[in-house]
Write a protein that binds this ligand. Structure first.
Ligand code: PAF
Length: 282
């Protein structure tokens, strides 16, 4: 496995990699969720590259950029063990020489829901993903469905900027108790960790309501919120039932709608989601 830190080296290393190349962009501190993306990429491509870069432009003021967990040595060991061919782990100055004046603005999709809660977040994601695609020229790139809106933003960027890359969404990987894997789970105290599975339990309950014929998105939102906020360690920031393409809130819990939440748990902010299906498609 080759590890490079500059754009020049990354471009040069890319020319020596057989196509199709799969790219797994990450911010490091890898867990099974990331490794499942790597395994999917390895199963579908001749070679696989991963990037490890904590992207400052997708963090808002007061967010956890400084304390975001980092352990490059461990990440490299895990990636090597999986059989990754190339790791691109640049520093901030390499990715943003002299700062950032040129942005990729993903439009209204990026202003709803997560974008409303974290202004500028998706502009930072779209900008860094565009840079990574441009530098590494993959044939396919892999993203987790836990970050459903990020996946939609990346798909929109690729479609509208005509990048010749296939974007692959991969199923959320969960702990045995249902908690979605996230690098930010590392922030949880033992009590917070014990409470956190209630997030997914509440989503599963919301999905069950829809499957049993509940049509009111508002009723589903309010039951999910109640179940989460019932735990003193958990505080919902939003509960959404939205169109999975536009991320606009909807009134009727129709088939395929995205039920998603953002929840404060101590100093962590966790997100998760499930798709709703109606009684006819259960
Ligand atoms: O999902 C992430 O880890 C990041 O948002 C990404 C896609 C690597 C961009 O920094």
């Amino acid at each position: 496995m080759r590890v490079v830190t500059t754009v020049r080296e990354a471009r040069e290393a890319r020319t020596g990699l057989r196509s199709p190349l799969g790219l797994v962009p990450t911010m490091g501190y890898l867990h099974e969720g990331h490794l499942s993306l790597v395994r999917r990429a390895l199963s579908e491509n001749s070679t696989v590259a991963a990037s490890v870069f904590v992207n400052p432009t997708q963090f808002g003021p007061g967010e956890d950029l400084a304390s975001y967990p980092r352990d490059l040595e461990r990440d490299l060991r895990l990636l090597e063990r999986e059989g990754v061919h190339l790791v691109f782990a640049p520093g901030v100055e390499e990715m943003y020489p002299g700062g950032c004046d040129v942005w990729v603005n993903p439009g209204p999709l990026a202003e709803r829901l997560e974008g409303a809660a974290r202004p500028g977040h998706f502009r930072g994601v779209a900008t860094v993903v565009t840079k990574l695609l441009n530098i590494l020229q993959p044939d396919a790139a892999y993203f987790g469905e836990k970050d459903a809106q990020q996946l939609a933003v990346v798909r929109a960027v690729v479609r509208q900027l005509h990048f010749p890359v296939r974007i692959v969404g991969c199923e959320t990987v969960r702990e045995p108790d249902g908690l979605a894997m996230s690098s930010r789970n590392a922030y949880l105290s033992p009590e917070e960790r014990r409470a956190a599975p209630a997030i997914y339990e509440a989503l599963v309950h919301g999905a069950a309501l829809a499957r049993q014929g509940e049509m009111s998105a508002e009723r589903i939102r309010s039951e999910v919120r109640e179940r989460i906020d019932h735990h003193p360690e958990l505080r919902t920031e939003y509960v959404s039932v939205a169109d999975p393409n536009t991320f606009e809130e909807i009134g009727t819990a129709r088939d395929g709608a995205l039920l998603s939440v953002a929840v404060r748990v101590g100093r962590a902010r966790l997100i998760d989601n499930v798709r709703l299906c109606s009684p006819e498609t259960r």
